[in-house]
Design a protein around this ligand. Structure first.
Ligand code: IVH
Length: 664
C-alpha cells in the first residue's frame, strides 16, 4: 500500500510544477527560482522512481524524457495533415480572395491572418484530458509517434480539462537564439552543426532518446483544431480558446475584413520578420468563418479556404568567387556560381545555378564581382544582379567553354535555344546523371543507388547503361569501395523490387527531355503497356491533352533511338506489364478510376499507385467510360458528374474493402 501522505505530496508537487512551468514558459513570469523548480522536479522523480505505479500520463516528470526507443512507430492520421497552396504576390492573394468570394457567393470576406512558422507540423491528441499521442506530419497520411519527445516540450500542456478526446495541431520550432547556442555547443564539441533552426527542430524532435529532445528547448505554437468544435464560430475564436486551454499561440495574428488589409499585414511582416526570435517563411491567410471553411472544403491536398503567402526572401551581399560548368543528364552545360559562403534566410549558401550564358550577360556578372543574392521561392539560391559600383578592375569575364568539361567533345549551342550541349551521348557526365535519375525515388526508386554508388559503378566500368544495372550481381558489387556483403545483397534486392514499379515511373525514369512526372503519368495512363507506348504515333501523342508538338516530336525521336534498349529491359523483366499478358490478368485490368475529394486512410497518389498496381488506370476527369469514381471527404464536381452519368461511385470504405481482397 502506498502511503496516503506520499500521494498527497505527489499531487501537490505535480500541481505546483505544472503551474510554475506554465508561468515560466507561457507567461514569462516565474514565481519561484530555477533551483526551487529543479528541487521539486527531483523530488517528483524520486517518488515516481520508488512508486512506479503512481506515474500518470500527465506527470510533469515526462518533461525530462523517457526510455530511448528503437524506432518511431508509424501512426495513420485520423484526419490527413494537408499542406497549403502558395501565393507569391498581391495578385495571387487577390485571385485567392476572388475565388473564395465567388465560391461562397459573398461580396465580403473576413480572414484570419497569422505568421507561418518555419518548423515542423505536429498533431497532439488528448484523451480524457491527458496528452496521449503526439505525431509528426510525415507524408500527411502517416506520421511518426513522437509522444515521448513532445512530452518534453515545456510549452505543450500534458493535461487539459474538459474533453473526452481532442486533437490540436501546431508547429514545433527552435528559437534563433536557442539554435545559435546549440550550434555553438556542438561546434565546441567538434560535432556537426545544424544548417538552420528548422533542421535543428526536426533533428531534435526525431531523437529516439527523448532525454536529448528535453535538452533542446523546443518551442511550440498551436494553430488549429482539425475537427472544428461546435461551440466555436471562427478561427480567431479557436485561437483564443486554444490559449484558454493552456496552449501557446502566436500573439502576432489579426483578423482582416478584406484582402487589402491582408496585403497590408503581409507587407508589414516583410519588414518585421527579422525582429522575431523565430523563423517565419510566410503569412497564412485563413477564411475566418469555420462554417465557410467546411463548405469550401479541399482540393487535392490543400484546403480551398486558406493560402500561404510566401514572404520574399531577404537579399544579401556576397562575392562571386568563380563559375564552374556542370554537365547534366541531357548534356546541357550549366554554369554554377561559386560564392563566398553567406547566411540567407536560415541556411548557408555557397553555390547558385546561373542557368546559361545569356543569364550571366543579362545579370552583368563578372568573376570577382560583389552580387546581390536571395532565395527564389524561399528555397533556391539565386543571384539577382551584380553590384558594378563595387568593382575594383580585377574582375574577369566568364567565357562559356566550347568543349564539354567532362569528355572534351564539342559543346554546341542549338539555334533558338539558350543552352549549350555536349553532343557526345557517351559522355560520362550524361551517363552518370541519366543513371542517377533512373534510380531516383520518383523514377525507379532503386534504394541505395544514389550518386556515390552510381558514380563508382560508372568509374569502375561496371555500368555503362541502364541495362548494365540489371547484370550486376552481389559478387560484382563486392569490388566497390566500402561495399560489404550485406550492403551488396540489399542493393540487389532493391533493384529486383523496383522492377515492378508502375509504367509511369518507368517512362519518367527514361529521362526523356520535357517528360517530367506529370507527362509520364499521362502517357502511362493513355497507353497502359510499354508495347502500346512504343507503337504510338505522333498523332496519338498529340491527342493527349497537355502534350504539345515539341513533346510529341521528342517522344517519337526518343522511341526511334531507344526502342531496342527498352525492349531489352522488358525482356529483363523490368516493370509489371513486362511479361506478355500479365497485366490483363490483374483484377482492375481495363478498369478506369477517378478520385475526388480527400481520402483519409491514404494519400491520393498512394491510392493511384494501388489502382495501377492492380492493373487499373487513373484518370483526372469523369466520362461515360469511367468505371468507378472514388469519393473521399468533400468531393468536388466530379462527384456530381459521376451521378449525372450514372458512373458507379465508391466511398473510401468501399474502395478499401475492394482492395483488401487483393492484398498479398
Ligand atoms: S494551418 C491544411 N497555420 O504550414 C493545413 N499551418 O503548408 C493547415 N504552418 O505543414 C495548416 N505555420 O506545418 C497553418 N500558422 C500556421 C502555420 C502553418 C506554419 C505549416 C504547417 C503545414 C504547412 C502547410
Amino acid at each position: 500500500m502506498t502511503d496516503i501522505k506520499i500521494i498527497e505530496e505527489l499531487d501537490e508537487l505535480k500541481k505546483s510544477l505544472r503551474e510554475n512551468s506554465y508561468r515560466y514558459y507561457n507567461l514569462d513570469d516565474p514565481l519561484i527560482s530555477d533551483a526551487e523548480y529543479d528541487g521539486m522536479m527531483n523530488r517528483l522523480l524520486e517518488i515516481e522512481g520508488t512508486y512506479p505505479e503512481l506515474v500518470t500520463l500527465d506527470s510533469p516528470s515526462h518533461r525530462v524524457g523517457a526510455k530511448p526507443l528503437d524506432f518511431f512507430e508509424p501512426v495513420t492520421h485520423k484526419i490527413p495533415m494537408l499542406s497549403l497552396a502558395n501565393a507569391f504576390n498581391d495578385n495571387d492573394l487577390r485571385a485567392f480572395d476572388k475565388r473564395v468570394r465567388e465560391l461562397a457567393g459573398s461580396d465580403k470576406m473576413e480572414y484570419a491572418v497569422e505568421l507561418k512558422f518555419d518548423g515542423l507540423a505536429v498533431s497532439l491528441t488528448y484523451v480524457n484530458g491527458a496528452f496521449l499521442l503526439g505525431t509528426t506530419r510525415g507524408d500527411g497520411t502517416v506520421g511518426e509517434n513522437v509522444t515521448a519527445n513532445l512530452r518534453t516540450v515545456d510549452k505543450i500542456p500534458l493535461k487539459i480539462s474538459g474533453f473526452q478526446e481532442l486533437e490540436v495541431r501546431g508547429e514545433v520550432f527552435m528559437r534563433r537564439s536557442d539554435f545559435e547556442a546549440l550550434n555553438e555547443k556542438k561546434a565546441a564539441l567538434s560535432e556537426k552543426v545544424f544548417a538552420n533552426p528548422r533542421n535543428a527542430a526536426a533533428g531534435s524532435l526525431r531523437q529516439l532518446d527523448s532525454k536529448i529532445t528535453a535538452q533542446r528547448r523546443l518551442g511550440f505554437f498551436a494553430y488549429s483544431f482539425p475537427q472544428p468544435l461546435d461551440s466555436l464560430a471562427t478561427h480567431s475564436d479557436s485561437m483564443k480558446y486554444l490559449q484558454s486551454l493552456g496552449f501557446p499561440v502566436d500573439p502576432n495574428s489579426a483578423v482582416c475584413g478584406d484582402i487589402d488589409c491582408v496585403i497590408d499585414f503581409c507587407n508589414l511582416w516583410i519588414k518585421k520578420r527579422s525582429e522575431l526570435d523565430y523563423e517565419v517563411d510566410g503569412v497564412v491567410v485563413k477564411v475566418n468563418s469555420l462554417r465557410l471553411q467546411q463548405e469550401l472544403g479541399f482540393v487535392s491536398r490543400s484546403p480551398r479556404w486558406a493560402i500561404a503567402y510566401k514572404l520574399p526572401s531577404t537579399e544579401v551581399k556576397t562575392k562571386l568567387l568563380g563559375i564552374e560548368v556542370q554537365v547534366g543528364r541531357t548534356g546541357t552545360l550549366t554554369p554554377v556560381a561559386v560564392l563566398e559562403p553567406v547566411l540567407v534566410d536560415g541556411s548557408t549558401v555557397s553555390r547558385a545555378t546561373l542557368h546559361n550564358e545569356d543569364e550571366i550577360k543579362r545579370k552583368n556578372l563578372k568573376i570577382g564581382d560583389y552580387v546581390w543574392l536571395h532565395k527564389a521561392g524561399q528555397v533556391i539560391p539565386e543571384i539577382i544582379s551584380s553590384i558594378p559600383e563595387l568593382r575594383t578592375g580585377d574582375e574577369t569575364d566568364f567565357l562559356m567553354p566550347h568543349n564539354c568539361p567532362v569528355c572534351g567533345e564539342s559543346a554546341v549551342r542549338i539555334d533558338g535555344e539558350s543552352a549549350v550541349r555536349c553532343i557526345n551521348i557517351s559522355c560520362m557526365a550524361q551517363i552518370k546523371e541519366g543513371l542517377i535519375h533512373y534510380c531516383s525515388k520518383k523514377a525507379m526508386d532503386i534504394a541505395g543507388f544514389g550518386r556515390a554508388i552510381v558514380e563508382q559503378l560508372v568509374d569502375t566500368g561496371l555500368v555503362k547503361s541502364i541495362e548494365d544495372i540489371y547484370s550486376l550481381t552481389e559478387q560484382s558489387l563486392a569490388g566497390l569501395e566500402r561495399m560489404g556483403v550485406k550492403l551488396a545483397a540489399k542493393l540487389i534486392s532493391a533493384r529486383e523490387k523496383s522492377k515492378s514499379k508502375p509504367l509511369k515511373n518507368f517512362i519518367y525514369a527514361l529521362g526523356i527531355r520535357h517528360v517530367g512526372e506529370r507527362v509520364a503519368a499521362l502517357l502511362a495512363n493513355r497507353f497502359g503497356t510499354v508495347d502500346n507506348f512504343l507503337e504510338a504515333s505522333y498523332d496519338d501523342f498529340i491527342a493527349i491533352g497537355d502534350v504539345g508538338p515539341e513533346i510529341a516530336s521528342m517522344l517519337i525521336l526518343f522511341i526511334k533511338d531507344n526502342r531496342e534498349r527498352i525492349l531489352k529491359l522488358k525482356e529483363i523483366g523490368v516493370f509489371l506489364d513486362g511479361a506478355p499478358g500479365s497485366r490483363s490478368k490483374l483484377p482492375f485490368a481495363s478498369k478506369s478510376f477517378v478520385i475526388t475529394g480527400t481520402l483519409s486512410a491514404m494519400g491520393r497518389s498512394e491510392a493511384e499507385d494501388i489502382i495501377e498496381g492492380l492493373g487499373g488506370k487513373n484518370s483526372s476527369s469523369v466520362s461515360k467510360k469511367t468505371d468507378y469514381v472514388i469519393a473521399g471527404a468533400q468531393p468536388g464536381s466530379k462527384y456530381d458528374k459521376a451521378l449525372a452519368l450514372s458512373v458507379k461511385i465508391l466511398t473510401e470504405t468501399d474502395f478499401l474493402d475492394l482492395i483488401k481482397q487483393y492484398e498479398k
